[in-house]
Design a protein around this ligand. Structure first.
Ligand code: ADP
Ligand code: MG
Length: 385
């Protein structure tokens, strides 16, 4: 397939019969470690993928926006009046309209624009194609609008686009990663105060890679189960008298568990509290340049999600087990669960071998073939030209 930026330009030319004024890219992401910690005021550690969404764009007269995507036959057009009527722009174009709406709602003038989207980020696999499209469009509109809006303000705007305009309740991780990640680094995000720190994660220099495995498992009951986990965590925090489970230290975990009424809730809490600690331990190892040693933390995170938080499915567990059996240094599900992706830390020159082993294990169990791609930490949203 041709390069994604070239496809965005081609899409722009064919939809609008003109040249774009520029192209802006934003990546998908995976979360290296820290699952279901975000809504417990805890820690996450995503990094940006080399898979990107590109917005080719040019200004157009008046307060009108027109957008097309490779994923959809027809361009969608909306104006300022349409934005004032919630629910007027629906479907995929709502992610774009949401960004225009959020910028305007925060008092930033947004020039009318034509936009064409192309993307290498798989949609709905948990690699955050939604934040990638939001961030690429936001970068384009901010740039076309003249004096820049500081980048540290972008994640909240993109999140508002998705939460309020699209109506999808997400935390701040996806948008922060798509916008603020740096090449060769992971983004350490404190979900309580939203502070970030770039942590060196130079896989390339260490001769390592992360293999991302898209399980292609159908998401089963994901929304209801997610809501149930969240509620259980909130109830536990209330019972323990803390604002959020982030406030339970690992050293106090046994005492805290003893004050909870049932085994299921105790296991949920144990996952969140130990997972926060695993993020901190991972960050400490990465800061010390001990990249290779994070493998066991990744695997421990998986075991905790599988046994304590109970959010994995057979396809996901099989990907982790077969990657480890083929020599991965560590492996875990990444994302909210009940499907989605697995990541495995591998020697760069073993990535193919591990991918082949996982694919063979899927075939043997009769599961649909997984997607596999080796990745290195890539940059966040940027202007291409
Ligand atoms: P994820 O973010 O895990 O990929 P979501 O359900 O959050 O899954 O977001 C996917 C939605 O985002 C798609 O259904 C579509 O509406 C929108 N989207 C993402 N990428 C594109 C794209 N390249 N073109 C059009 N819409 C896109
Ligand atoms: Mg998403």
């Amino acid at each position: 397939m041709t390069d994604v930026a070239a496809r965005a330009t081609a899409g722009f030319r064919s939809a609008y019969g003109a040249e774009p004024a520029g192209r802006w890219a934003a990546p998908g992401r995976v979360n290296l470690i820290g699952e279901h910690t975000d809504y417990n005021d805890g820690f996450v550690l995503p990094f940006a993928l080399p898979l990107r969404t590109v917005a080719a764009a040019a200004p157009q007269e008046g307060e009108r926006w027109t957008v097309c995507s490779e994923l959809s036959a027809d361009p969608v057009s909306f104006d300022a009046d349409d934005l004032a009527t919630p629910g007027k722009v629906t479907g995929w174009a709502a992610y774009v309209a949401g960004v225009v709406w959020a910028l305007r709602d925060a008092g930033h003038p947004v020039p009318g624009a034509r936009i064409a989207i192309a993307s290498d980020v798989p949609v709905g696999s948990g690699l955050s194609s939604s934040a990638a499209i939001e961030a690429a469009v936001l970068a384009a509109l901010v740039d076309l609008g003249g004096p820049g809006l500081p980048e540290d303000r972008w994640p909240r705007l993109a999140q508002r686009a998705e939460n309020v305009y699209v109506g999808a309740p997400t935390g701040i991780m996806d948008q922060s990663a798509a916008i603020r990640c740096r090449e060769g680094h992971a983004l350490f995000l404190d979900c309580r105060d939203e502070s970030i720190e770039h942590i060196p994660f130079d896989l390339d220099a260490a001769g390592l890679a992360v293999l991302v495995v898209d399980s292609r498992a159908p998401h089963r009951h994901a929304d209801g189960e997610y809501a149930a986990r969240r509620k259980s965590c909130e109830r536990a925090a209330a019972l323990l008298g803390v604002p959020a489970l982030r406030d339970v230290a690992v050293a106090d975990l046994d005492g805290a568990l003893g004050r909870l009424p049932d085994d299921e809730m105790r296991r949920r809490v144990r996952h969140v509290v130990t997972e926060d600690q695993r993020v901190l331990d991972t960050v400490a190892l990465l800061r010390a340049g001990r990249v290779r040693e994070i493998g066991p933390l990744l695997t421990a995170s998986h075991v905790s999600m599988r046994d304590d938080f109970e959010i994995t499915v057979p396809e996901i567990d099989l990907a982790v087990e077969s990657a480890l059996a083929a020599g991965a240094l560590g492996a875990r599900m990444t994302g909210g669960g009940f499907g989605g992706c697995v990541l495995a830390l591998v020697e760069a020159d073993h990535a193919d071998k591990v991918a082949t082993a996982v694919t063979a294990a899927y075939a043997e169990r009769g599961f649909a073939a997984p997607g596999t791609v080796p990745v290195l930490p890539a940059p966040g949203a940027t202007r291409l030209d």
